[in-house]
Ligand binder design. Structure first.
Ligand SMILES: [Zn+2]
Length: 336
């Protein structure tokens, strides 16, 4: 347990966590120390101090202090174990047994992809053709009805399969006729995304947290990142050479994902969300851009030709140069 909580605190530094909750802070003069209004009690003069190198807080107003977990306990009024569980969930950390069965499921689906021509045909139709990228993203295919037998033959218990959401209580596979993308962060699979190739509802995840931003450990090294909504958007961007693209599986970021995105202040973020008819994607992009700017980042809204998301744009024949041009336009037109 001790090692787990230490890992949690390393992966979700207190300062980033507070920033993700829009805590406004200023440096105190010593490089590692920040002060702001206390989130734990009402006050008008800042007395809540965070030491970033020690990863600890102390409030001179209410006299309380401690680490990230102590903060979550006080803030949400939770016992220790529940506070840890909540933070783990925000960060999308997975217990080792769950991680292992998700890996095995993803490998199985991956091994099935080339056995089903309709699966590859679907990928091609969505503009995804490069075998190297398909492999790198770990894309697989769930025909349905064959996962449970395979995983139990490897020694995974039916209870565990049900617990992670791969099968339902009756033991039926969750995914039928779906392209499957493992949602990875920090090298662990947090969830699986299944895109229907048939008449079933298009999007489905396992009933569990989706985790942090996609492949953040490789994307976070770039000073400029591109944030998209969906995995097919991400896939065509990676295929076109934009390896600095990441995705949050939707237009709304969890606080853990926001903390990741704002983990360095001079980062530039291009937001390329869907331009759907009801403007929902564009509106959430604007709200997110404002939050990122308040957190000290440069955020730019990218406009694609009307009616397009990144996936449909590339599937319709756009080139890397076309997309780069859209990024340049965003850089020129939007305020930083
Ligand atoms: Zn206080």
């Amino acid at each position: 347990m001790w090692e787990e909580t230490e890992q949690l605190k390393r992966q979700l530094p207190l300062l980033e966590y507070l920033r993700g909750r829009n805590w406004s802070l200023r440096p105190t003069g010593s490089r590692q120390e920040f002060v702001g209004l206390c989130p734990l009690h009402a006050e008008t003069r800042p007395s809540f101090y965070v030491n970033a190198s020690k990863n600890l807080f102390f409030c001179h107003g209410c006299g309380r202090g401690g680490d990230l977990i102590r903060f979550a306990q006080l803030y949400f009024d939770l016992p220790f174990h529940q506070a840890v569980a909540l933070l783990r969930q925000e960060l999308g950390l997975v217990p080792p047994s769950e991680s292992a069965v998700l890996e095995a499921a993803a490998r199985f689906y991956q091994s099935q992809l080339h056995r089903y021509p309709e699966a590859l045909a679907y990928l091609h139709q969505r503009g995804l053709k490069d075998p190297e990228v398909i492999h790198r993203l770990g894309i697989g295919y769930a025909a349905g009805g064959n996962l449970r037998r395979h995983l139990t033959s490897l020694g995974f218990s039916p209870q565990l399969l049900c617990q992670v959401g791969l099968v339902d209580r009756q033991g039926r596979d969750t995914f039928y006729r779906r392209l499957v993308f493992p949602c990875r962060d920090e090298n662990h699979i947090q969830n699986l995304y299944g895109r229907s190739t048939g008449p079933a509802p298009a999007h489905r995840f396992l009933a569990r947290p989706k985790g942090g931003l996609y492949a953040w450990e490789t994307v976070s090294v770039f000073p400029t990142v591109i944030l998209v909504e969906g995995l097919f958007d991400l896939a065509v961007l990676w295929q076109a050479g934009f390896s600095n693209a990441t995705c949050a599986w939707g237009a709304h970021l969890t606080s853990g994902q926001f903390a990741q995105l704002s983990d360095r202040l001079n980062r530039q973020v291009f937001l390329v969300f869907d331009s759907d008819a009801n403007q929902a994607g564009q509106q959430s992009a604007q709200v997110l851009a404002q939050r990122l700017r308040r957190a000290g980042l440069t955020a730019r809204l990218v406009e694609l030709p009307p009616g397009h998301d990144p996936n449909s744009y590339f599937a319709a024949g756009a080139t890397a140069a076309d997309f780069a041009h859209c990024l340049e336009q965003a850089q020129k037109s939007s305020q930083p």
